[in-house]
Every structure is written in structure tokens, then in C-alpha cells.
Design a protein around this ligand. Structure first.
Ligand code: CP
Length: 335
């Protein structure tokens, strides 16, 4: 695909070659993402960062990524703080905001709402998460992280064994990651969830049709032995009818250091899109894993900057100008 001027709404837009190109640009962004060099390649450009649902990482890292390319960021957070609360349509909102911005990132609680918004936008729109549907930039940074983590073990993405754990029905990150990983070869997926929260059948079928093995189970311990990646997810309380209903599943699958030591291989990489639910009744990834060198969750969050910088640079067609608009930083940095 040609990234220039494109909306990014679903990972199903990508072929494997597109991902390779994006990851090469993400690698190129490393000195800028780590604040070792500065670039002003997007000096004067404006990102509309429209988050109509709570976010910490996606909103701030998209904003930082744009700032690190030299651009400015304008934000809306929460439906209640926008004219959507007064009955304005997504069409009108998109027509207006796309007159104020060069590119827009949008998160919204309704599935397919970002696509509806994009159809009325005059500038490229990146899906920052639409309900339980998709979270394409998270899947890209997850896959970028997987590639980095396993390459240190002499492995590639092909032939990996992955356990996905938690609320697989409502978790948009795992939906997007599975759809993206279908492009690779001979993967072995174990979907660990209560029956009511299992991975959508259409995603399971998509993976099987692409030649991958998919095992569906509600047993954690036996599922995380012999896997390269254990990808945990939070119970998506905001998608349930009530807190009480979510409580029925919270804390069902907990990974801590003693379970890791007993059941995982010594180099199993632990991932989570974050936020992890650290409340006692959930505690899906225990704090006692924090010093485990295979806990990749914070490297994963850091990688979001590289991948989101790469998306902006490719969509706005400035990849070849990044270095020529750069200089070294003039402040203290220990990165
Ligand atoms: N992973 C992720 O989407 O985190 P936020 O909800 O904090 O953006």
C-alpha cells in the first residue's frame, strides 16, 4: 500500500511488505524517539488528537510522536467536553476538525465510528481505537515489539507460539494483532479466556484459513508452557453492561513470578497492551514480575513512539526529509 495521504482504520489494509517498510522507518526513528536527536521536519503541521474515550498511552504517545517530528498538537478529550455532547454528528465534527488539522488521530467508544468520521474528513485519519473493533497502531507496535524481543533469541515472527490471555472478546488490541499476524507463517495461537469472553469466531477462522493453528481453552497454566509470547489483556469493564458483570471475570487469569517460573520457558516474553489492572481483585500481571527481564510491557509502550512517528512520517510523506531537518539535542539526556 502507498501510505501517503491514507487513513489507517484497520490492520487489514496492510500486506507484509507494508509492515516491513513501516518497521524500517520505525527503526530509523530511534534516535529521535529516544531524544538523542531533534527533527523539525513537521514544523508548522498540526495534529488533531481527538480522544472521545479514556486513554493514557495512545493519546500521549501519538502527541509526543508528532511533537518529536516538530509538529503541533491540538486535543479534545472526552465526549462530554466536545460538541458531540450537544448532538453534533461525526460527519459535521470531521468536516470542521479536518479544516483545522493536517492529520487526525481519533478514539471513540463505538465500533466503526472512526471509519464513519474518516469518510467525512478532508485529511488522513488514524484509528486510535474504535470500541471493541480495532486498535491498528497498537497492533503495529505490538508486532514491532515481538519482532525486536524474539530477534534477540535468534527467532523471527514466523513459527512463533503465542498465548493470548484474558478478555479476548472485547479486547480490540488482540483483534488487531491476530488480524495482522495472519500475514506470517505457521503460527501457533492459544486463546486463553472464559468461554463467554473467547476470541471472536471470525478471527479464529481467519487465522485457521491462513494456515495457523488456534487452540481455544480456559486453562492458563498448561497454555503458557512452551510459548514464545504470553500476551495478557485486561477485562474490558467499559464494554460490559455493569461493573458486577465484569467482576465475574476479573482476576480469573493471573500471571506472577512463581507461575512464570513453574510453567513458562525461561525466555518467554510477557506482553500486555496496558493499562494492566493492578487492583487486588484483578492483578492480571503481578508487580513481582517488574524485575523479570522478559517483561516487555514498558519496552512495548516505548516502541509506540517509534511506530507512531513512522506512521506520521509515511502518511505525510516526509520520511526522506527527517534527517536533513535534524540536529543534536542541547539538553542533558541519559537515554
Ligand atoms: N494500550 C492502550 O491503548 O492504552 P491507553 O488506553 O492508555 O491508550
Amino acid at each position: 500500500m502507498n501510505f501517503i495521504g491514507q487513513h489507517i482504520l484497520s490492520v487489514q489494509q496492510f500486506e507484509r511488505a507494508d509492515i516491513d517498510r513501516l518497521f524500517s522507518v520505525a527503526d530509523m526513528m530511534e534516535p529521535y524517539a529516544r531524544r538523542q536527536r531533534l527533527t523539525k521536519v513537521l514544523d508548522g503541521a498540526i495534529l488533531g488528537n481527538m480522544f472521545f474515550e479514556p486513554s493514557t498511552r495512545t493519546r500521549v504517545s501519538f502527541g509526543c510522536a508528532f511533537n518529536l517530528l516538530g509538529g503541533e498538537v491540538r486535543e479534545t478529550t472526552g465526549i462530554q467536553n466536545s460538541a458531540l455532547a450537544k448532538g453534533e454528528s461525526l460527519y459535521d465534527t470531521a468536516r470542521v476538525l479536518s479544516g483545522y488539522s493536517d492529520i487526525i488521530v481519533m478514539r471513540h467508544p463505538e465500533a466503526f465510528s472512526v471509519a464513519e468520521f474518516a469518510s467525512a474528513s478532508r485529511v488522513p485519519v488514524i484509528n486510535g481505537g474504535d470500541g471493541a473493533n480495532e486498535h491498528p497502531s497498537q497492533a503495529l507496535l505490538d508486532l514491532y515489539t515481538i519482532r525486536k524481543e524474539v530477534s534477540g533469541q535468534g527467532k523471527s515472527i514466523d513459527h512463533l507460539r503465542i498465548a493470548m490471555i484474558g478478555d479476548l472478546k472485547n479486547g480490540r488490541t488482540v483483534h488487531s494483532l491476530c488480524k495482522l499476524m495472519r500475514l506470517y507463517n505457521n503460527l501457533y495461537f492459544t486463546m486463553v479466556a472464559p468461554a463467554e469472553l473467547q476470541m471472536q469466531q471470525e478471527v479464529v477462522e481467519m487465522l485457521r484459513e491462513a494456515g495457523h493453528t488456534v487452540v481455544v481453552t480456559d486453562k492458563l497454566e498448561e497454555s503458557i508452557s512452551k510459548v514464545d509470547i504470553a500476551y495478557s489483556t485486561r477485562i474490558q469493564e467499559e464494554r460490559f453492561a455493569s461493573k458486577e458483570e465484569a467482576d465475574r471475570y476479573r482476576g480469573r487469569f493471573r500471571l506472577n513470578q512463581s507461575i512464570y517460573t513453574e510453567f513458562c520457558e525461561p525466555n518467554t516474553v510477557i506482553m500486555h497492551p496496558l493499562p494492566r489492572d493492578s487492583r487486588m481483585e484483578a492483578n492480571e500481571l503481578d508487580n513481582d514480575l517488574n524485575e523479570n527481564p522478559n517483561l516487555a510491557i514498558f519496552r512495548q509502550a516505548d516502541n509506540g513512539i517509534n511506530v507512531r512517528m513512522a506512521l506520521f512520517a509515511m502518511i505525510l510523506d516526509v520520511v526522506d526529509q527527517v534527517d536533513s531537518h535534524s540536529r543534536s539535542v542541547n539538553w542533558y539526556t541519559n537515554r
